[in-house]
Design a protein around this ligand. Structure first.
Ligand code: UT7
Length: 324
C-alpha cells in the first residue's frame, strides 16, 4: 500500500475581456499573422480593473471544490503558484484562504514563474504522501497583463491572465504505476539563464514592480530539449515510457514548443491538450487551465496517464506524471 495524491476536482476562471491579436495592430508594429504563426496565439483574456490574482484564484478554487464535491472545511492547506501576487506580501494563498472562509490549516505561495504549477504539484504531493495533509487546494493564478511593457512587441503580445485550480486528496494505492494520482515528478532549475526571462523591478533592487523582459529566441532554443528530458526523467521515475502517455498537458507558451516536445516524445498532437490559441501564455495558470479544458472537452478521463511539463523564468522547469 502507498499513499497517493489523487486529483478530486478541477476548476478554472478566465476574465471576461477577450483581446484578439488585431487589438495590438492598433498601437504596435505587429500583425495577427506574425503572432499566430510564431506563437500559435489567437486571443487572450485580460483581467478587468479591480480584478486581481487572488480574486481570480478564488473563482477557480470555488469551481474545483464544487467539482470535488467537498467543502472548504475538508481542505487542509492552500498552495498558490503565482509570480504576480496582489501585494508583495502577504501571500495570495492567505488572501484566498480568508475569502473562502477557511480559518484552519495553512496557505502559502510558490514562485517558479511558468513552472510554478509543476513545483506546486510536487510540493503538494510531498505534503500528502508524508501524511502532513489529507486534502489540498492547488491554484495557478496570474495577472501578467499588469507587468507587460505595451511598447515591447516581443513580449506583450504573448501573455494572458487567468486561474486554474485542483483539489488533491490522499488515497491508498498499490504502489505501482497503475495507481491513480501523482506517480512521479522531476524538478530542474539553472540560475545561469536568469536573464532569458525576468522582470526588471523588485522589492530589494528598484523598489518598483517592473516589466517582463525576455530573450524569446534564446529561451525557445532551450525549451524543447529541456522539456523533453524532464518529461523522460519523470516517466522513468514512474517506471513508464513515452508509449504509456495518454495526454501531454504542456505549459502553453508557444505552439511550436508544444509540438516540438510532443514530436520528441513520440506523441501525436491529437494527444496533446492545447489552449495557447485561446489563453496565450498565462504562466503558472496555464497547466491547471489546460487540465480543466481537457476535462471539459471530454478528452481527459479517469485512469488516463498524463505528463504535464513547463519551463520558464529562472530558468526553472520540470514535469509531473499522474494518472487522472
Ligand atoms: O512561458 C515562459 C517560457 N516562454 C517561452 O517559452 C517563450 C519562448 N520563445 C518564443 O515563444 C518565441 O521565441 C517567440 C514567439 C517569443 C518569438 O519567436 P521567434 O521565432 O523566436 O522570433 P524572434 O524572437 O527570433 O524574432 C523574429 C523577428 C525579429 O525581427 P528581425 O530581428 O528578424 O528583423 C523580431 O524583431 O520577429 C520580430 N518580432 C516581431 N514582429 C512582429 C518580435 N516580436 C514581434 C511581433 N510582431 N510581436
Amino acid at each position: 500500500m502507498k499513499t497517493r495524491a489523487v486529483v478530486e476536482g478541477v476548476g478554472q476562471y478566465l476574465p471576461e475581456r477577450i483581446v484578439p491579436n488585431t487589438w495590438f495592430e492598433e498601437f504596435l508594429d505587429t500583425s495577427d499573422e506574425w503572432i499566430r504563426t510564431r506563437s500559435g496565439i489567437e486571443r487572450r483574456h485580460f483581467a478587468a480593473e479591480g480584478e486581481t490574482t487572488s480574486s481570480m484564484a478564488v473563482e477557480a478554487a470555488r469551481a474545483a471544490i464544487a467539482d470535488a464535491g467537498c467543502s472548504i472545511d475538508d481542505i487542509d492547506g492552500i498552495l498558490v503558484a503565482t509570480s504576480t501576487p496582489d501585494l508583495t506580501f502577504p501571500s495570495v494563498a492567505t488572501m484566498v484562504q480568508a475569502e473562502l472562509g477557511m480559518n484552519h490549516g495553512f496557505a502559502f505561495d510558490v514562485q517558479a514563474v511558468c513552472a510554478g504549477f509543476i513545483y506546486a504539484l510536487t510540493n503538494a504531493n510531498a505534503l500528502i504522501v508524508s501524511g502532513q495533509a489529507k486534502r489540498l487546494l492547488l491554484i495557478g493564478a496570474e495577472t501578467f497583463s499588469r507587468i507587460l511593457d505595451w511598447e515591447d512587441r516581443a513580449t506583450c503580445v504573448l501573455f494572458g491572465d487567468g486561474a486554474g485550480a485542483l483539489v488533491l486528496g490522499a488515497a491508498e494505492g498499490t504502489g505501482t504505476s497503475a495507481d491513480r494520482g501523482i506517480l512521479a515528478s522531476d524538478l530542474r532549475s539553472d540560475g545561469r539563464y536568469r536573464d532569458m526571462l525576468y522582470v526588471d523591478g523588485g522589492v530589494s533592487s528598484t523598489g518598483t514592480v517592473g516589466k517582463v523582459r525576455m530573450r524569446g529566441n534564446a529561451l525557445f532554443r532551450q525549451a524543447v530539449e529541456k522539456l523533453t528530458s524532464t518529461a523522460e526523467s519523470a516517466l522513468a521515475a514512474a517506471g513508464l515510457t513515452d508509449d504509456d502517455i495518454d495526454w501531454i498537458v504542456p505549459h502553453q507558451a508557444n505552439i511550436r514548443i508544444i509540438a516540438g516536445t510532443a514530436r520528441k516524445l513520440g506523441v501525436p498532437m491529437s494527444r496533446v491538450i492545447v489552449t495557447v490559441q485561446e489563453h496565450g501564455n498565462t504562466s503558472a495558470a496555464s497547466i491547471p487551465l489546460a487540465l480543466a479544458e481537457g476535462v471539459a472537452r471530454g478528452k481527459i478521463r479517469r485512469g488516463d496517464l498524463i505528463v504535464t511539463e513547463a519551463i520558464g523564468g529562472g530558468l526553472a522547469w520540470g514535469a509531473v506524471v499522474l494518472r487522472w
